[in-house]
Design a protein around this ligand. Sequence first.
Ligand SMILES: C[S@@+](CC[C@H](N)C(=O)[O-])C[C@H]1O[C@@H](n2cnc3c(N)ncnc32)[C@H](O)[C@@H]1O
Length: 272
Amino acid sequence: MTDSFGQISSHYGDAGIGDRILAALREEGVDIDALTPEILAPIDQFHTRGIVATREHAALAAPHEDMHILDVGCGVGGPARYLASTYGCRVTGVDLTAEFIAVAKMLTERCRLDHFVDFQQANGLDLPFADASFDMVWCQNVTMNVEDKAGFYSEIARMLKPSGRFTSTEMTSGTAGPPHFPLPWARVPEISFLVPQADMRAALETAGFRILEWRDTSADVVASAQRQTERVRYAKLGVGLVAGADMGDRAANSGRSLAEGRLVNVMMLAEK
Ligand SMILES: C[S@@+](CC[C@H](N)C(=O)[O-])C[C@H]1O[C@@H](n2cnc3c(N)ncnc32)[C@H](O)[C@@H]1O
């Protein structure tokens, strides 16, 4: 791994995440041996608008039970468990951050979804699967940490069967100057690699994708940003358990940067 990958993993990883989540659930009277994706949803959806965005994203991508989906940058596995439990599909999650993969496996076993969902630590730029292994590739709020977007998209194209679909929700750069740091995906600018929407589209097309849908979802994110930031700051069961105690400030900076046109949030669907 190059230094930047090490820095990205250190930004996200923390040895105490699993214990922190289980302790908080116990304190709230939750039976940690009978977890469900619904119980975990306030905690395990590490992206703008949380489970609301995941539902919307799934409605756009239309997964179904015959599919095997690859979730690249799966975090602690919230979206992967949601897809498997809601649509009955098989999901494989990969993530750069080893601690997240360990937590993803632990939570999935406690949800008894491990027959449908599996995880392994891997870099999205060098995936440990044969060509054309998956029906769909899913990616939520990951490419902000990926400098080599051309390499990332061509590796995703390699994963897909012919006519397979790639669906992604991402932050891109706005026109009003750099965003305010620290941000959810980077406390410092050195590990944030934002590009304008047009460059992201061009990189996808160069990798062989035909873009079927491209939505600017910034206004929706801005509309819910204050509520989401307050939830992160004050709710006992929140994404801060995964993202760290400073997540409230980072989420606030993300909302403010979107409102000022320094970031643009997009949700897209493309076909190989
Ligand atoms: C903001 S989190 C989103 C996690 C998950 N997709 C979700 O929405 O809950 C970004 C994730 O991308 C992962 N990531 C960043 N760069 C990556 C890469 N090159 N390969 C695989 N995962 C990566 C990070 O480790 C982190 O888990």
